[in-house]
Design a protein around this ligand. Structure first.
Ligand SMILES: NC(=O)C1=CN([C@@H]2O[C@H](COP(=O)(O)OP(=O)(O)OC[C@H]3O[C@@H](n4cnc5c(N)ncnc54)[C@H](OP(=O)(O)O)[C@@H]3O)[C@@H](O)[C@H]2O)C=CC1
Ligand SMILES: Cc1cn([C@H]2C[C@H](O)[C@@H](COP(=O)(O)OP(=O)(O)O[C@H]3O[C@@H](C)C(=O)[C@@H](O)[C@H]3O)O2)c(=O)[nH]c1=O
Length: 296
């Protein structure tokens, strides 16, 4: 199988380069065509119209996996044009190029397509109502894929972290090394999900065949708040000798941590359709965090 991975250097893209390798030849793109771990990549800047379609037409893979996105949630509020270009317009170009060549598309979306007002986990067909530009443009990207008629798998995930890249775990470890105490919101609830899990599940699904595909939720099991996640990060980091002293972590309401973009208060996603369709087990978020930091 020939796989085209668009965006090989983000959190999920980095893990996909590892996880997809056993499946066949993996052609990787980056914005600037930089080498990754000594491997050449194709240059593909999604801000340039039609660039990504040309790459797909040049490579003609058996499957396209799009791991790119504009993920700066707050910055998106003041940079809507770029967020829309990367998360929606470029995604539509990818979908149409794949549809024209009969190539299936794997794509990722987010819990931020929901408004967070629910009190039980969101099934895949729950009504969407994004609170900000990032969530809205990601939803527009999803809808462009479905409208294109391309055979697809959209995996909505949430609260993604890794020991590399830009994420909450790394922010907490950095701030914790600089300060004795941190204040973290305790009233936003979700499921922290490591990038390696998303990549492993994607590879597992591609190995067994996409089948009908469609839209599914992929997050670790269980739930916590950002405050609970922060406390767990420091506990596991200390247990693995990654930090000498853990800071005090105070739980605060969202109102005491104002941000340009509102976040959903309840972000828990129901993974039943994914687990049933592809016979998958999803680890508990805390066990997944432990495993992530044990191998750091
Ligand atoms: N991070 C999270 O918490 C969550 C992420 N998701 C979704 O999961 C997917 C993967 O996210 P994640 O790995 O965290 O994202 P990252 O922010 O870690 O990586 C984003 C990737 O997109 C690339 N990219 C951005 N703009 C361009 C551009 N103009 N041209 C080419 N490449 C570009 C980046 O390249 P470069 O390094 O050059 O900037 C990078 O490879 C996305 O669809 C995201 O929306 C869903 C829920 C939660
Ligand atoms: C750094 C920090 C953040 N916070 C709050 C702000 C916010 O409400 C919450 C999470 O912070 P972040 O800004 O790191 O996370 P955020 O960028 O909102 O994370 C989101 O990213 C996008 C890409 C997604 O798709 C989502 O699933 C989600 O993972 O924690 C604190 O309360 N204290 C702190 O010291």
């Amino acid at each position: 199988m020939k796989l085209l991975l668009i965006g090989g250097n983000g959190q999920v893209g980095t893990e996909l380069r590892r996880a997809l390798l056993p499946l066949g030849e993996v052609v990787v793109t980056t914005r600037d065509g930089i080498a990754l771990d000594g491997q050449a990549t194709l240059s593909c800047d999604l801000s340039k119209k039609d660039a990504v379609a040309l790459v797909i037409q040049h490579v003609i893979p058996d499957v396209v996996i799009n791991a790119t996105a504009y993920t700066a949630v707050d910055k998106a509020e003041s940079d809507e044009d770029t967020a829309r270009r990367i998360n929606a317009a470029a995604v539509e170009e990818i979908a149409l190029a794949c549809k024209a060549l009969g190539i299936p598309l794997v794509h990722y979306s987010t819990d931020y397509v929901f408004d967070g007002q629910a009190t039980t986990s969101y099934p895949v067909d729950a009504p969407t109502a994004p609170l900000g530009v990032y969530g809205q443009t990601k939803l527009d990207g999803e809808e462009a894929i479905r409208a294109s008629g391309v055979r697809h798998l959209i995996l909505r995930t949430a609260w993604v972290y890794a020991t590399h890249g830009h994420n909450f775990l790394r922010t907490m470890l950095r701030l914790g090394a600089e300060r004795d105490s941190l204040r973290v919101v305790g009233d936003q609830i979700g499921s922290p999900t490591p990038a390696w899990l998303i990549a492993d599940i994607t590879a597992n699904i591609l190995a067994q065949g996409l089948g009908e595909g469609g839209t599914h939720h992929l997050v670790a099991s269980g739930q916590t708040s950002w405050h609970g996640f922060a406390e767990a990060i420091f506990e596991e980091a200390a247990a693995n000798g990654l930090i000498a002293n853990a800071p005090k972590v105070e739980s605060i309401p969202s109102s005491e941590y104002p941000t340009p973009a509102a976040r959903p208060q309840w972000s828990v996603l129901d993974t039943t359709s994914l687990r049933d369709t592809y016979q998958l087990d999803l680890p508990d978020w805390r066990d997944a965090l432990k495993r992530t930091l044990q191998s750091a």
